[in-house]
Design a protein around this ligand. Structure first.
Ligand code: ADP
Ligand code: ADP
Length: 230
């Protein structure tokens, strides 16, 4: 089943910038899908459509069998299904402490305090940030911030996790820790969509790759096929 699907998705920013043109992208449930392309190609813009933050200028977006409709109630539902981890963790971390940051999502879902506590503990453990609960996010290193941002999404238990350049700015060790976590989550059934401009990383983990350039998908397929003539 295609858990995320876009049909001829075209997006133009209010200032007239054409960021996406007739993009047909899909992610099969339970897989890891990678979106590869240079800076400015449209990767973030595409991802922001997956949970309704952006609304297509033309075309449509489908998540978990439903057409994204953009009314308030539907948007809440879709944002629990699709967790987006932004490229820059500073765009995501805003609470005074790590604990409050990770708790924010599950609290908004109206869960009981016990359930929130348990999810926060669980999520911090998964990303290896247990013991940092009382620290201020802005005092953490880049890699630690990224892991806390991921924990905040994990705590909402989304079906699909979308990560914009999850390894950018990290040293090889930090990057491999994140990738390992993503494999682990995927092996437990989570659908993972990631963007990267690092060609070397993609063939190892993704079952499907899209290459985007100047707002258009220029190639798609399994990594072997896509990279045989690169
Ligand atoms: P990527 O994630 O691949 O680096 P983006 O999706 O951020 O690419 O950008 C795609 C295009 O849209 C670029 O030309 C970028 O300059 C433009 N863009 C991104 N955000 C905005 C915005 N808020 N307003 C106008 N243009 C934007
Ligand atoms: P370790 O460093 O502990 O030996 P690895 O980094 O080799 O472990 O793998 C970590 C996890 O990632 C394992 O659960 C493994 O199943 C998974 N994994 C490794 N390579 C791939 C791959 N190409 N596709 C999917 N999962 C993978």
């Amino acid at each position: 089943m295609k858990i995320i699907e876009t049909n001829d998705l075209t997006y133009e920013y209010p200032d007239g910038t054409k960021a996406l043109e007739k993009v047909n992208f899909n992610a099969e449930e339970g897989k890891i899908v990678a979106l590869l392309g240079p800076n400015g190609a449209g990767k973030s813009t595409l991802f922001l459509h997956f949970n309704g933050i952006l609304r297509p200028t033309h075309g449509s977006v489908h998540v978990d069998g439903e057409t994204v409709s953009y009314d308030k109630k539907e948007l809440l539902k879709i944002r629990q299904k699709v967790g987006i981890v932004f490229q820059n963790p500073d765009d995501q971390l805003f609470a005074p402490t790590v604990l409050e940051d990770v708790a924010f999502g599950p609290m908004n879902m109206g869960l009981s305090n016990e359930e929130v506590d348990e999810r926060v503990k669980d999520a911090l453990l998964r990303v290896g940030m247990e013991g940092y609960e009382k620290k201020a996010p802005h005092h953490l290193s880049g890699g630690q911030k990224k892991r806390v941002a991921i924990a905040g999404i994990l705590a909402m238990k989304p079906k699909i996790m979308v990560l914009d350049e999850p390894t950018s700015g990290l040293d090889p060790r930090g990057a491999s820790q994140i990738l390992k976590l993503l494999y682990q989550l995927n092996s437990e059934g989570m659908t993972i969509v990631i963007s990267t401009h690092d060609v070397d990383l993609v063939p190892i983990y993704a079952s499907k790759v899209y290459i985007i350039s100047q707002g258009k998908i220029i190639k798609e397929g399994n990594p072997q096929d896509v990279f045989e003539d690169v």
